[in-house]
Design a protein around this ligand. Structure first.
Ligand SMILES: Nc1nc2c(ncn2[C@@H]2O[C@H](COP(=O)(O)OP(=O)(O)OP(=O)(O)O)[C@@H](O)[C@H]2O)c(=O)[nH]1
Ligand SMILES: [Mg+2]
Length: 235
């Protein structure tokens, strides 16, 4: 199995659509799910890089596992359901502190899923690769009330930046890091993951450079005493 270059973690209350977003992005389809137990990860090949994307369980009984999954994460995606105000509140009350184990330069995104239930433009199938799927015309008349506004999401993002002590530093602006998606139609799903992958690229490159510059110099190696050449140039 390819070794991941970087780790991205999805956090959020049960039922917000974490698994469905990954099904949409990785398998290009919206399919039945069961509530996640523990966690699972997908390995996404992104150009020459391998990105592990961790799906976690929102249920309270798996809460303690969240900080383990966040260990060493380069990006954390906080997910709520746009039709459920409490799912946004849970992110701050229950999930934000799990990121204490993430990298110091971890980036954060805030995602309001199920936008198809509140916004007609998010209803049309937006996944060109999902040709096999029937068009979700969607019951336009059955729009639900959007309980969480984009402003609420941005305000939460600013509180994440404050919690992480990043305000004033080169933290990314809220309007770049807050998304509304629909796993059902594919609305904004590729845009979300690909924006994040581009943002974690510098982290991957830095890590690869660090691995290539060996901290110790093997003089024997330099004298050509051994046939094996290390990866790093030593002299
Ligand atoms: N309309 C709509 N329903 C969605 C969307 N995403 C997920 N759902 C539905 O919401 C329910 C929960 O989806 P999951 O993906 O299992 O949610 P989860 O966050 O992984 O839940 P846990 O694994 O329990 O933490 C399922 O019935 C999904 O079909 C969406 O974008 N739109
Ligand atoms: Mg799940």
């Amino acid at each position: 199995m390819k070794k991941p270059d970087v780790k991205v973690v999805l956090l959020g209350d049960m039922n917000v659509g974490k698994t469905s977003l990954l099904h949409r992005y990785m398998e290009r389809k919206f399919k039945e799910t069961i509530s996640t137990v523990g966690g699972a990860f997908y390995l996404k090949q992104w150009g020459p890089y391998n990105i592990s994307i961790w799906d976690t369980a929102g249920r309270e009984q798996f809460h303690g596992l969240g900080s383990m999954y966040c260990r060493g994460a380069a990006a954390v995606i906080f997910i709520y359901d746009v039709t459920n105000w409490q799912s946004l509140a849970e992110l701050e009350e229950r999930f934000l502190s799990l990121t204490d184990t993430a990298n110091h330069d971890c980036i954060y995104a805030v995602v309001g899923n199920k936008a198809d239930l509140t916004d007609p433009k998010a209803q049309q199938l937006q996944d060109p690769e999902a040709a096999s799927e029937t068009r979700t015309e969607g019951p336009l008349g059955l729009m639900l009330h959007k309980q969480v506004s984009p402003e609420d999401a941005k305000a939460f993002y600013e509180r994440i930046i404050r919690y992480k002590g990043l305000e004033g530093k080169s933290s990314l602006p809220a309007d770049k890091m807050c998304f509304e998606t629909s796993a059902k139609s594919g609305y904004n799903v590729d845009a979300l993951f690909e924006a994040l992958f581009n943002l974690v690229l510098p982290f991957i490159l830095r890590k690869r450079n660090e691995n290539q510059v060996s901290p110790t110099v093997d003089l024997e190696e330099c004298r050509g005493g051994s046939s094996k050449r290390s990866k790093s140039s030593c002299c």
